[in-house]
Design a protein around this ligand. Structure first.
Ligand SMILES: [Zn+2]
Length: 225
């Protein structure tokens, strides 16, 4: 399991770094079942945006994965609690989004502090870590190895963080998405409500194509079967 994820994540990282706009050829699973896709949201929780996204996910009974920052969860515990109650998966994105220049010990502290917040809120310790900005350093790799995390990147970047208009985000994601994709969105750092409005188009369109929405953990469980 761990090997599979690490191999997948490493391949995904290479593609993301080499081809940031077209990193879509690595899939977690190619199956003859209903196509699957995982929505992931980084950098929250946010007091407004996360709640509005949760409401939209609830409208379609869709589950997603939130890679949270510990510092935001300390400021805004309510949207995190709402996400937990709704059955979404909560994973670790560091405490403050800063990894460069930190020692292994400082990184372990940042990751563990966030993990404790997640476990307190959900009763489940995080299992996956998404490196801020998708960048690994030798120190971060060491910290993650010693803490036993699996690293997860993405296969489709919505580029919502650029301020891209909602229609363009939806058009490009829907043109690209395939079975096994992990889609990257943000519920904190994006300007306006572009992410939300893009999802208002993306979710019903994918449901009508027969896609099932799964969490990251479910996606990797599928890839083992
Ligand atoms: Zn981030």
């Amino acid at each position: 399991m761990t090997r599979i994820i690490r191999r997948f994540a490493a391949a995904a990282l290479c593609l993301v770094l080499l081809f940031p706009l077209t990193a879509t050829t690595v899939r977690a699973a190619e199956t003859d079942r209903a196509p699957r896709v995982a929505l992931t949201f980084d950098d929250g929780p946010h007091p407004g945006r996360t709640k509005r996204i949760l409401k939209l996910l609830d409208r379609y009974s869709v589950k997603a994965t939130f890679f949270i920052l510990g510092c935001n969860a300390e400021y805004y515990p309510e949207p995190l609690e709402m996400a937990v109650r709704a059955g979404h998966e909560i994973e670790d994105h560091s405490f403050d989004h800063v990894t460069r220049g930190k020692t292994v010990g400082e990184l372990e502290n940042s990751i563990t502090k966030t993990a404790e917040i997640i476990e307190r809120a959900s009763g489940r310790p995080p299992r996956y870590f998404r490196p801020p900005e998708g960048k690994c350093t030798p120190e971060l790799d060491s910290a993650l190895a010693s803490l036993g995390y699996d690293t997860v990147f993405w296969t489709v970047d919505s580029r919502d963080w650029t301020g891209k208009p909602a229609d363009a985000i939806a058009r490009d994601v829907l043109k690209t998405v395939r079975d096994g994709d992990i889609l990257l969105f943000h519920d904190y750092t994006c300007p306006g409500e572009n992410t939300l409005h893009a999802l208002e188009k993306i979710i019903p369109a994918l449901l009508s194509r027969g896609f099932r929405f799964v969490t990251v953990e479910e996606m990797f469980a599928c890839s083992e079967n």
